[in-house]
Design a protein around this ligand. Structure first.
Ligand code: SAH
Length: 350
């Protein structure tokens, strides 16, 4: 007999985790359990506001019922390992119900607490400069596993999360259904505004259009990383099946459908894509596009020998874009010392 996957078993037991469910769904669930509907609201508050980790700790529930449902899965992970960088960025390795490990990062500033969430266990895209792609790709995350990452960081910092970026492990547009469900829950249940959520993608044919149909009001970012098809395909293997002009056309459609801008991310690799002529070529490509370019100086990973450009080169690149009237900012990644920065996530302690 074939071994059943955990997913099937969960369905057979009819025990889908409760996290990620809306107030209506939770109310339905308590009623199925023979409880009055107002317990749905209680459950909702305990899950999302108090951060309950099991039904047995929800003390407003009758003791006897709590005993009966104490093992019902809420969908919470456990912290397997945690490190804190000198800039107070915290990196977490979280253990999922099936014992797989993902990485999540909490990034505090004076006004914000941003969580960088994973959308997959591993990543199949294998961008040359990214640590996640050097490991094994295993599976998509469920929406509750994404919401859980945010609640875990919120509880650990004892501070409300203000922003969430889908820039951890994985390619969000390979997991649109669960990512969209997570966005709904983070927005409606956890209470984070959609504009404070950022989905970042490498771009896959047809997927940006597909995401646009959901009419999210999130911030949408596309990892461009090169001003022409040839260089982009060198850095991003999947780009060889997706010509840059087609990607940009799909981004224009996204703007039309959602009325939201697209941000372009551009990693800066010394001597590879950081010359003034690259900046000029990029500006030409983006002409007429209401956009913002986010430059990310390369964060080192051991497998490849790219270099981060000098400050002078970064400024020169920025200056060319400014002269060409392209809105631009430089994102200096946090958590560099503990391998918690962009592109360094590999679900390992180092
Ligand atoms: N799959 C999504 C999210 C990836 S992580 C995407 O491709 O957009 C978020 C950003 O970090 C992406 O722009 C990614 O290309 C970038 N990144 C990956 N490795 C990096 C590294 N070593 N240094 C700096 N940025 C990196």
């Amino acid at each position: 007999m074939a071994i059943q996957s955990k997913d099937n078993l969960t369905k057979i037991n009819n025990q889908e985790p409760l996290l990620g469910k809306s107030l209506n769904e939770l109310t339905e669930w308590v009623q199925q359990q023979g409880q009055p509907s107002y317990r749905g609201k209680q459950l909702y508050q305990w899950l999302y506001q108090q951060g309950a980790r099991s039904l047995s700790e929800i003390t407003v529930f009758p003791k006897q019922w709590r005993e009966t449902v104490k093992d019902y899965p809420l969908g919470r992970s456990t912290i397997d390992y945690q490190s804190v960088a000198p800039d107070r960025t915290r990196k977490y390795l979280l253990r999922l119900a099936d014992d797989l490990i993902i990485e999540t990062v909490g990034i505090p500033t004076s006004k914000r607490l941003t969580v960088c969430v994973s959308s997959q266990v591993g990543c199949p895209m294998q961008c040359d400069f990214c640590a996640t792609g050097k490991g094994e790709y295993i599976r998509n995350l469920k929406h509750h596993e994404i919401v859980d990452q945010v609640l875990t960081v919120q509880a650990d910092f004892q501070e409300r999360v203000s922003n969430v970026v889908f820039m951890g492990m994985g390619e969000p547009l390979l997991n649109i259904k669960e990512v969209v469900a997570a966005v709904r829950s983070l927005n409606e249940d956890v209470g984070i505004s959609q504009r404070s959520l950022t989905i970042s993608t490498v771009g896959l044919p047809g997927r940006i259009r597909q995401l646009a149909q959901h009419q999210l009001q999130v911030t949408f970012a596309v990892s461009l990383h090169a001003p022409n098809q040839k260089l982009r395909a060198q850095l991003i293997p999947s780009a060889s099946h997706y010509p840059l002009d087609k990607l940009l056309a799909e981004c224009r459609e996204y703007v039309q459908i959602t009325g939201r801008r697209v941000t372009f991310e551009y990693i800066l690799l010394a001597e590879v894509n950081d010359l003034p002529q690259h900046a000029l070529e990029l500006a030409k490509k983006l002409r007429g596009f209401q956009t913002h370019v986010n430059l990310i100086p390369y964060n080192p990973i051991v497998e490849v020998d790219y270099q981060r450009p000098s400050q002078q080169r970064i400024e020169a690149f920025t200056e060319v874009l400014r002269r060409e009237n392209i809105a631009v900012s430089v994102r200096y990644s946090r958590g560099l010392e503990t391998d918690a920065a962009c592109g360094q996530l590999r679900a390992s302690r180092h």
